[in-house]
Design a protein. Structure first.
Length: 356
């Protein structure tokens, strides 16, 4: 099958450090190539891929200070894809650009779908999905789709990462961990409070966006300075994650927003590390309570289960990751979705992820 994967230009594919969507696009693309498909990746020029790379811009936009209007370059990329469709270069198009392709690509014959990677509970999104009720979209959790039931959902396909990307390390766990991004909705301040109440060291490996710098300086930094058990490491790469996560008693995810998926949860599971996460968004779909972690409601209930972390079977956590959240499983689910849409020009058949 000739497949186009169309990624945001914000980060390289894969990103150098932080970047959830572009990492998923990379893992999916590599698996599709490994399965024998002819894949073209539309992404920034500093991307690395086994597929054919079609680069709209030479450098990831987050790292290119000369770009002030990223929408302009995404419009150029969409037009490049459309022109190649006119030349019949693809059997299927897979977009990772939210609603940007809806209007243009609904008016051309090449079958396509869009994976929605972000939150959908914003009121301004309601008219978008009402205006395009037949455009096929995929959710990354069932919770993500609840605010827009009028969308043409063709399935829920959970993210997956390569089976050998993060391997458990034989180290003795000794601290709690936070991984990802420092932002109010991620609850890093709450994670510090949980660790402090338990008297357990906390290591924070996280990126600070410019938009969240004030939150870090006014809320998080004072808490770190006031607690000698808390260590801020900063942003880390995939190469560093196995040691970081394997050394953790558990990953804390006290989020306060409808998390559409949460890659850090399956990254922890890949390393055999249990997760304690607040009951928001996709969390109950990802965590198997008592097996891969605990779903809790607040700080008090999080503190109450921390003592159970050392007794958890880390090998069983890893096995559950291999069963539910590998990139190969994700790629096979998407191929089933592609074929369904290619073979059914009429009403779409609902798909269910094999991970459910």
């Amino acid at each position: 099958m000739r497949i186009a994967q169309i990624s945001p230009l914000t980060e390289a594919v894969p990103p150098k450090l932080y970047g959830g969507t572009e990492r998923v696009v990379h893992w999916l693309t590599e698996e599709l190539v490994a399965l024998g498909h002819e894949v073209t990746l539309f992404a920034s020029g500093d991307s690395r891929t086994s597929a054919k790379l079609d680069a709209t811009w030479p450098k990831a936009l987050r790292l290119d200070g000369s770009v002030r209007d990223p929408n302009a370059l995404h419009m150029v990329m969409l037009e490049r894809v459309r022109q190649k469709c006119d030349e019949e270069e693809f059997d299927f198009l897979h977009f990772h650009l939210d609603y940007y392709p809806f209007s243009l690509f609904y008016r051309q014959p090449t079958p396509f779908l869009t994976t929605l990677h972000g939150r959908l509970d914003l009121p301004e999104l309601q008219p978008v999905f009402s205006a395009f009720p037949r455009v096929p979209v995929v959710s990354i959790s069932n919770a993500q789709r609840r605010p827009v039931p009028q969308a043409n959902w063709t399935g829920t396909i959970y993210h997956g990462l390569p089976e050998d990307l993060l391997i458990p390390k034989p180290v003795k766990p000794s601290y709690l961990a936070v991984l990802g991004r420092i932002a109010p909705e991620k609850g890093v301040d709450r994670a510090i409070q949980i660790a402090a109440r338990c008297g357990i060291p906390l290591k924070i490996a996280a990126k600070i966006d410019r938009a969240d710098q004030e939150y870090y300086e006014e809320v998080v930094s004072p808490l770190i300075r006031a607690n000698p058990l808390v260590e801020f490491i900063g942003e880390i790469s995939d190469r560093e994650k196995p040691d970081f996560l394997s050394g953790a008693l558990g990953l804390l995810l006290p989020i306060d927003w409808p998390e559409p998926f949460g890659l850090v949860m399956i990254e922890a599971m890949a390393c055999g590390t249990p997760v304690i996460a607040y009951n928001r968004g996709s969390v109950p779909e990802i965590i198997d309570p008592g097996l891969t972690g605990f779903v809790v409601e607040d700080e008090i209930s999080a503190v109450a289960v921390v003592h159970r972390l050392p007794a958890m079977d880390r090998a069983a956590i890893r096995r559950q990751f291999e069963k539910r959240f590998t990139a190969r499983r994700m790629a096979l689910d998407y191929l089933a979705a592609y074929r369904n849409l290619m073979e059914a020009p009429g009403p779409r058949i609902k798909l269910v992820s094999s991970a459910e």
